[in-house]
Design a protein around this ligand. Structure first.
Ligand code: ADP
Ligand code: MG
Length: 291
């Protein structure tokens, strides 16, 4: 690639809301045959809203919401924002021993009680029993596309919290066009398989990996590359950073975290997936100019 054509491409990219960190990534976009995408915040808006709080064991719904919101107050995760918003103006009690575990959830003590909110892996790690009835309720909500978290008090399951997030405008169209260009589409998510499948099916995604940890996301990218695939990974979160760094081209959502942008070579300023289609068109035009 000549320096001039690269400069022109960078300039046009910036105009189109696609920022390239280096010349290599402009060229590499053209040769990609697999696009790996994160679900939450990449395919979806990443602004979930509380959909349902199911109290268990006769507990009061309002108290559970306050406990959950207090626990999530220090967290920047989109799921946390949804829960804090749902609690509205209510005063939130103080949290001690706060711990956030990426890809699992949050824990702490409130009024001397151990409180935990997160996924199945977190409940397993804390030896919280999740009975069949609760799983049934959770699966019903997941079947509607919601993300379901478990709330535990003093080591016992106390409630289910379901939130739902909208697909981004234009996500379906961008995916359809990338598919038409012959790309294989793989979705990675820390969320449950049932919730993931609802999103994937609607978009025609070829392959889904659910309940993957941040390190697991990177491992999927590495194994695709080992099998000869040229992989672009698009993500927005701290949990996507290892996978973005492991890809041939990492693509961060400009609406996401700084860590994601630092780990990626390409940033889509507005976080719209159509930017990937534009980046590839630009890449093809640039490389064609050179040869
Ligand atoms: P994704 O890959 O969809 O961006 P994450 O890896 O961040 O998701 O999280 C995976 C799962 O861990 C979530 O679906 C949720 O069940 C749980 N989780 C993560 N962070 C939190 C949090 N702050 N509060 C509650 N649950 C969380
Ligand atoms: Mg995400």
């Amino acid at each position: 690639a000549t320096p001039i054509s690269i400069m022109v491409a960078s300039g046009r990219g910036a105009h189109l809301g696609v920022l390239f960190k280096d010349a290599g990534s402009i060229e590499a976009m053209r040769d990609i045959d697999t696009l790996v995408v994160d679900k939450t915040g990449t395919l979806t808006e990443g602004k979930p809203a509380l959909r349902e709080l199911v109290p268990l064991g006769g507990r009061a719904r309002d108290r559970l919401l306050v406990l959950a919101a207090a626990l999530e107050a220090p967290s920047e995760h989109p799921l946390a924002r949804a829960i804090v918003r749902a609690a509205g103006q209510q005063a939130l009690p103080a949290v001690e021993d706060f711990r956030s575990i990426a890809g699992q959830g949050v824990q702490g003590h409130i009024d001397g009680q151990a409180v935990a909110l997160g996924n199945r892996a977190m409940m397993r790690a804390l030896s919280v029993d999740v009975n069949a009835g609760a799983v049934n309720d959770a699966d019903r909500l997941r079947g509607e596309g919601a993300t379901v978290m478990y709330l535990a008090l003093e080591g016992a399951l106390a409630g289910l919290i379901a939130v739902s997030d909208r697909l981004k405008d234009g996500a379906a169209e961008a995916i359809r066009r990338l598919h038409a260009e012959g790309l294989q589409l793989v979705m990675l998510t820390g969320d449950h398989l049932l919730s993931a499948q609802v999103v994937a099916r609607g978009l025609g995604i070829d392959e889904v990996h659910a309940e993957v940890s941040p390190a697991g996301k990177a491992a999927v990218v590495q194994s695709l590359r080992k099998n000869g695939r040229r992989v672009a990974m698009a993500g927005d979160g701290v949990n996507d950073a290892p996978a973005l760094a492991a890809a041939d081209v990492g693509i961060a959502m400009g609406t996401g975290t700084d860590v994601a942008m630092e780990s990626a070579q390409v940033t889509l300023v507005k976080g719209d997936l159509a930017g990937i289609v534009r980046a590839r068109a630009l890449s093809r035009a640039t490389v064609r100019n050179i040869h």
